[in-house]
Design a protein around this ligand. Structure first.
Ligand SMILES: *Cc1c(COP(=O)(O)O)cnc(C)c1O
Length: 476
């Protein structure tokens, strides 16, 4: 397709600017000296450009998106409606508190409800994404030890099944990472954990259900081991989709948690974002939270700065409109609906898992939570068809591939997460596609190895794309 710059024709316009109503100022030496290369196109050109772009890609509005660990659930349209209300979009973060009472009520209500869902006492909405929330949460843990003069606690324990952002955030927050292995059945190895904790343990980072989709039945023992060693427990709540309304990190022994509103709470990811990664904590960590919280007084809502804050991690109050969308989602579902969403997410994952278990090797052969992992290792050796080949083949069915080659502890991994927002018909379509591809791989492996066959672009050179990305248009 043509790029927007290639559609450009000098002098073509799509908007007429209103007359300037402020005095013109000469910027002098700060003025632009080179021409500004903006595409010059009509509204029609722009509209077609974006429609064409949308057709070349795959989004949750095009078809299923069973991308494990990412919870690509449908984004309800009502979220967009509430987030576009002028009372939310027309405010300025420096307005006097009494003029933004509605917005403060949103933050206050969201803190209360997310606190209830996670079992935490206080929350900040500043972090803009999951990894940003991890970093913020780890700063709370650091502050806790530092303020007590316990400065030798420099290590964060992370299991080998962890999401890659966990060790990265720990290092960014100034900790050293101690990796502990998982057991054969994909859970935390308790003996390894006991051996790893000590006087230098700042805390543990864990997600439960873990990245292979299993709920760790030893969770209370795990968090206790860390507490007894003097460390704190951090819960990676990016994917709360299996347990929201059912089980709470706060009751499992966790002290800090982050949520990905752009996963579990139905707000868009990536290009449709921005994200939001609020961090919740127990009361004893509250005063370390970034920036200000919202409190309710007889005179209305107002900001209250945290007494011993680790400092702000983002300007003002985070991606506020994303919080509006997520709050809309939980208010629409209600207490029962939230629980039902989790139950259906788990049911849907198990429906697919059992539908595929005769053909595909399951990495862990037991009831899963909201996602499951299979391994294509056997196929890779026997018929040279890899996890990548199967994933690419799904594109020909109008289905986005599952997560590939993650978690690292499973070889040739495919990680499938359907979410609760798919119907039985779409789940059946996915099962059918997977089974048909598996059959095809046996009779005509070359066809599967060269998939996709129907998309705008075929196999991309991923190494080249990662090593030498071309991210901007080069003018002649
Ligand atoms: C997605 C995810 C993250 C990171 O979230 P971002 O918003 O992408 O930074 C962290 N942990 C887990 C388990 C995740 O699935």
């Amino acid at each position: 397709m043509k790029l927007i710059f290639e559609r450009s024709v000098p002098g073509r316009r799509c908007s007429i600017l209103p007359p300037c109503d402020v005095p013109e100022t000469d910027l002098g030496e700060f003025g632009r000296t080179k021409e500004l290369h903006l595409p010059e196109v009509s509204e029609n050109d722009i509209s077609r450009h974006y429609t064409e772009l949308a057709k070349e890609t795959h989004g949750v509005n095009d078809g299923q998106y069973p991308l494990g660990s990412c919870t690509m659930k449908y984004n309800p349209k009502i979220n967009e409606y509430t987030a576009s209300l002028p009372g939310f979009t027309g405010v300025h973060p420096l307005q006097p508190e009494r003029t933004v009472q509605g917005c403060l009520k949103v933050l206050h209500t969201a803190e209360k409800l997310f606190g209830e869902i996670t079992g935490m006492d206080a929350m900040t909405f500043e972090p803009a994404a999951g990894a940003h929330g991890e970093f913020t949460g780890l700063l709370l843990i650091k502050a806790y030890h530092d303020r007590r003069g316990d400065t030798k606690r420099t290590k964060i324990i992370v299991p080998d099944s962890a999401h890659g952002t966990n060790p990265a955030s720990a290092v960014m927050a100034g900790f050293m990472v101690v990796n502990i292995p998982s057991t054969e059945d994909g859970l935390v190895d308790l003996d390894a954990l006991r051996a790893a904790v000590g006087e230098d343990t700042a805390g543990l980072m864990l997600t439960n259900p873990n990245t292979v989709g299993l709920f760790d039945k030893n969770i209370l023992t795990i968090t206790q081991i860390v507490h007894e060693a003097g460390g704190l427990n951090y819960y990676d709540g990016a994917n709360l989709n299996a347990v929201m309304g059912v089980a709470r990190p706060g009751d499992m022994g966790f002290d800090v948690v982050h949520l990905n509103l752009h996963k579990t709470f139905s707000t868009p990811h990536g290009g449709g974002g921005p994200g939001s990664g609020p961090v919740g904590c127990k009361a004893f960590l509250k005063e370390y939270l970034p920036g200000a919280g919202v409190v309710q007084t007889p005179d209305g809502y107002c900001f209250a700065h945290h007494a011993d804050s680790v400092g702000s991690v983002k300007a003002f109050y985070g991606n506020f409109l994303v919080v509006v969308k997520a709050l809309t989602y939980i208010l629409m579902l209600g207490r029962e609906g939230i629980r039902e969403a989790s139950q259906n997410a788990v049911l849907n994952a198990n429906y697919i898992r059992t539908g595929l278990a005769d053909a595909y090797d399951m990495a862990y052969d037991e009831t899963c939570m909201h996602e499951f992992v299979m391994s294509l290792e056997q196929e890779k050796h026997a018929i040279h068809v890899s996890a990548m080949d199967i994933a690419k083949s799904l594109l020909d069915y109008g289905i986005h591939p599952p997560t590939m080659y993650f978690p690292l502890i499973v070889h040739e991994a495919l990680m499938v997460e359907p979410t609760e927002t798919e119907s039985k018909e779409t789940l059946d379509e996915l099962i059918h596609a997977f089974l048909e591809i598996h059959e095809k791989a046996k009779t005509d492996p070359a066809y599967v190895q060269s998939a996709p066959h129907t998309t705008a672009v075929k196999r991309l050179d991923e190494v080249q794309a990662a090593r030498n990305p071309r991210l901007r248009y080069v003018f002649e």
